[in-house]
Write a protein that binds this ligand. Structure first.
Ligand code: SAM
Ligand code: SF4
Length: 333
C-alpha cells in the first residue's frame, strides 16, 4: 500500500514518508512513570507552536504526499481549542487522521472529535485496577478513562486501539485481563516495550523491561495467536484470535526492530522535525514558519531536504542507559 504512495518525501534508504505525528502540547494531566518525572517543567508558551502553525504544517505535509497524520503529545486533548485544529486537519482529506490520548477528556470530547473529522483513536490504558492505574499514571483516575473509552465507542469510532506499556512488577500480570477487556469491547490492543526516553526517577528501566515475546507467551497460555498480514502503516506487528475480531499488536523497539519499513517522521511541540524516535537528527521548522508567514516554499524545501537526515535505524538498549534525553511527552509518542 505504501509503496504506491505519491510522495515527495523519500529518504536515502528509499523509504517513503507518508505518516506524520504532530505533538500538540508537552503538557498532560497524568504523570505516567515511564513517560515523565514527577516534577516536570513544561515549555514557556512562546516556544510552543500555535494551533495555526500546526495546521499550516499539516497542510504542507499533506501537499507533499503525506496520507496519515496523528496528533499526540503530551495529552493532546488538554490543549485549549484543540477541536479547531482537529477541524482544520479533518478538512484536508487525509486517508487517515488519528489521535493518541490518555482518554481522560474523552467523556466530554468524543462526540465533537468525531464531528470534527477525526477518523481513529488510540487510547492508552496500562491497568484495569484503580490503584495500580493510579500508581502508574500518578494522577489518573481509571473510571474517567473507562468512561472515555465508552464515550468513544458511543460516538461511533471504529478500530479503536488500546495502547499498553507493560512493565515487570507493575502490570505484567494484567496482560490477560487487558486482552479480555478488548475482546469484550470489540477493540484492538497494542502492547508496547518501554523505551529509554528521558531520565525518569520512578524505576530502573532494565529491571522493569518486559519483552513483547514474554507478553505474547502470557497471552498464548490463554488464546492461540495467528499472525495477521495486513499492513497498518505503523510499527505494530498484529495477531488475531480465532474467536474474536480484536487484534493484538506488539510494538517492540528493542526486540523486533521496525526501522526497515519506517514511513514516519515527527514534529515536536517546539516545531522541531524529528526524523527518528530514537535519534536526535532534526530540523527546526518553527523558525522558518515564523520567518515566512505567507510563503510555504522555504518550508516545503526544508522538509524535503530534511529527509536526507533520516537515520537508517535506532539503537535502543535495555541496560537502563538514557540515550535520548528528550522525554516521550516532548517527542510525541
Ligand atoms: N498522552 C497520550 C497518551 O498517553 O496516549 C499521548 C502521548 S503518549 C507520550 C503516547 C504513547 O507513548 C502512550 O501510549 C504511552 O503509553 C507511550 N509511552 C510514553 N512513554 C513511553 C516510553 N518511555 N516507552 C514506551 N512507550 C511510552
Ligand atoms: Fe501523559 Fe501520555 Fe505521558 Fe502518560 S504517557 S504522562 S498520559 S503524555
Amino acid at each position: 500500500m505504501h509503496d504506491q504512495a505519491q510522495t515527495a518525501l523519500v529518504d536515502r534508504f528509499g523509504r517513503k514518508v507518508t505518516y506524520v505525528r504532530l505533538s500538540v502540547t508537552d503538557r498532560c494531566d497524568f504523570r505516567c512513570v515511564y513517560c515523565m518525572s514527577e516534577d516536570m517543567e513544561f515549555l514557556p508558551r512562546q516556544q510552543v507552536m500555535t494551533l495555526e502553525e500546526i495546521a499550516r504544517i499539516a497542510r504542507i505535509f499533506t501537499e507533499l504526499g503525506v496520507e496519515k497524520i496523528r496528533l499526540t503529545g503530551g495529552e493532546p486533548l488538554v490543549r485549549r481549542d484543540i477541536l479547531s485544529l482537529v477541524q482544520d486537519i479533518g478538512a484536508l482529506g487525509l486517508k487517515d487522521f488519528a489521535i493518541t490520548t490518555n482518554g481522560s477528556q474523552l467523556p466530554r470530547f468524543a462526540q465533537e472529535l468525531k464531528a470534527a473529522g477525526l477518523k481513529r483513536l488510540n487510547i492508552s490504558l496500562d491497568s484495569l485496577d484503580p490503584e495500580k492505574f493510579r500508581r502508574i499514571t500518578r494522577t489518573g483516575n481509571l473510571q474517567q478513562v473507562l468512561d472515555g473509552i465508552d464515550a468513544a465507542i458511543d460516538a461511533g469510532f471504529k478500530g479503536i486501539k488500546i495502547n499498553s506499556v507493560i512493565m515487570k512488577g507493575r502490570n505484567e500480570e494484567e496482560v490477560p485481563e487487558l486482552v479480555d477487556f478488548v475482546r469484550q469491547k470489540g477493540l484492538d490492543i497494542s502492547f508496547i516495550e518501554e523505551m529509554p526516553l528521558g531520565d525518569i526517577s520512578d524505576h530502573s528501566r532494565d529491571e522493569t523491561f518486559c519483552s513483547s515475546d514474554e507478553v505474547r507467551s502470557i497471552i498464548e497460555s490463554h488464546h492461540e495467536l495467528m499472525p495477521c498480514t495486513a499492513d497498518t502503516g505503523g510499527p505494530s506487528r498484529y495477531y488475531r484470535m480465532s474467536d474474536s475480531d480484536s487484534r493484538i499488536g506488539f510494538i517492540s523497539p528493542h526486540t523486533h526492530n521496525f526501522c526497515g519499513s519506517c514511513n514516519r517522521v515527527r514534529m515536536t511541540v517546539e516545531g522541531r522535525l524529528l526524523l527518528c524516535l530514537g535519534n536526535e537528527h532534526s530540523k527546526d521548522l518553527r523558525g522558518l514558519l515564523r520567518r515566512h508567514p505567507t510563503d510555504d516554499e522555504p518550508i516545503r524545501q526544508a522538509i524535503i531536504s530534511a529527509m536526507d537526515l533520516k537515520p537508517e535505524r535506532h539503537h535502543f538498549t535495555t541496560d537502563g542507559d538514557v540515550q535520548i534525553v528528550r522525554f516521550m511527552n516532548m517527542t510525541g509518542g
